[in-house]
Design a protein around this ligand. Sequence first.
Ligand code: LFR
Length: 466
Amino acid sequence: MVGSVTPDDLDLAEVLRFANRPARLPEGLRWDVLALYAGVLDGLRAAGPVASVGIDGWAVDYGLLDADGHLLGPPAHYRDARTEGVAARARRTVPAERLYARTGVQDAPFNTLHQLLAARDSAQFTAARRLLLVPDLITYWLTGEAGTEVTNASTTQLLDPRTGRWAADVAEAFGIDLGLFAPFRHPGDPAGTLLPHVREHLGRADPVPVTTVASHDTASAVVAVPARDGERFAYICTGTWSLVGLELDAPVLTAASRAANFTNELGLDGTVRYLRNITGLWLLQECMRAWAEDDVGALLREAAAVPGLRSVVDASDPAFLPPGRMPERIADACRSTGQPVPSTRGETTRCVLDSLALAHRRAVEEAQRLADHPVDVVYVVGGAARNALLCRLTADACGLPVVAGPAEAAALGNVLVQARAHGLVGDRAAMRGLVARTQPLRRYEPSGDGAAWDAAARRVAGRTRP
Ligand code: LFR
């Protein structure tokens, strides 16, 4: 994505899109990170003479380097089964209450901490001298300089969200050597310049700066939430996941917050992204993969034509995390909760969208209550901003207006942080103002039919949650 930024204008153009296809090896589900890097290089070449480069990506996963700085094999996928049962064992080392009080991170199987505990006896881990989170790994290949970007580091479950430094006592209790991590970098910091062989590939003679952005994609997306200064808002960052929450000045580390499995991740300028991970459009992506269907528009039209709220599943249930057999698993969840089993693709799609809207509602309500931070509007950014049905259902379910857009929020947030580092835009409010003035947004008013959503919420709460 190439962004152009002036104090009055913000424009984003897609120059290259490539698939991110993990591969199942005998040892487990792995990311094809070389294909990703090759795609990045092709994209940079297609982008032409840019003034700065910034890398963001998904959280928690990492590559391990040996003493020579060489990658020790493909990074494990956070959906890999190697972390099964690890969280429960880890709680015997550090009780859940203390771990949450120190790190503020949700209890999820894929947290970096759990992945490290699952991997630590492997030959690969024994040989490892450096750990780089995936966007930091790509940045390292581009520049030769290793760093640990702090918004992404906040998802490891090894960081203290109050200080933005490592929770050294937690790492020590688990026997994790924090020396594996490179020094911290903050959004806006220089991250080096493109290495000579990269420049040669791009046909650039001049040094090209790489700028640290909020390298966790969700942190970048929150930067581009087009909220007005002083507005009381929640956001939903959509894509494979729905990340639903608030931007706060300080973490919420209470017992109630832990019980509700909210996470405190760091955002730009020391803000806290207080949010819940909801399985998100992964449910639909996996159905589409099972059906060998790539026309989401057709499915959404079918879903809009079938009656709503017939069956709902718990979209934040970790049972939906692994890949495979998604239509059957959704059908099973409906059956086991005594609800009608969706029988057509349209019905299954509708079940997914209704369930997501309901999960959005629950997270928006609980976040406000747990953080004592009421909101007046919900911003939907990311891919689902283009999904009018899901936006409408989310507005109806939340009983709040939804403002949808931009769909490419993560890329815009990435570009804006680079632009700020290069003196082109001002503070967070100025960045958001620029997004609001320049990007197409659509507003959905709630229909007022709260009772049907209340009833559906009771169905999910009563039957599919422990
Ligand atoms: C979204 C995201 C989420 C994170 C998940 C796994 O792309 O980064 O924020 O929880 O992927 O890394």
